[in-house]
Design a protein around this ligand. Structure first.
Ligand code: FES
Length: 94
């Protein structure tokens, strides 16, 4: 189950294991239209999201996340285009 908080509203949906949220949003599946993104390649930072729950199941940040997010990593921010979650996840971009 992925939950995204956007505009003060919580949206949730069960997703296939290993889905990439930016790829899904790109083909107009949940979490579209709630997830902001652009490049899908870890370059623009638009998909940056703060993980509110489930961070313990995510892999270590890759070099693109470390480069783009810097100190925000320690505050729970991740790049959704660089992740393929396999467990429940709650995120926000607010
Ligand atoms: S969509 Fe550009 S960094 Fe993720």
């Amino acid at each position: 189950m992925v939950t995204i908080l956007a505009g003060g509203v919580s949206y949730s949906e069960a997703l296939p294991d290993g889905s990439n949220l930016v790829v899904r949003a790109g083909v107009r599946k949940f979490p579209w239209p709630h997830l902001k993104y652009k490049c899908g390649m870890g370059k623009c930072g638009t998909c940056a999201s703060r993980v509110l729950a489930g961070a313990e199941h995510l892999p270590e940040p890759n070099w693109k996340e470390r480069e783009k997010l810097g100190a925000r990593l320690a505050e729970g921010w991740r790049l959704m285009c660089q992740l393929w979650p396999t467990h429940d996840l709650t995120i926000t971009q607010e």
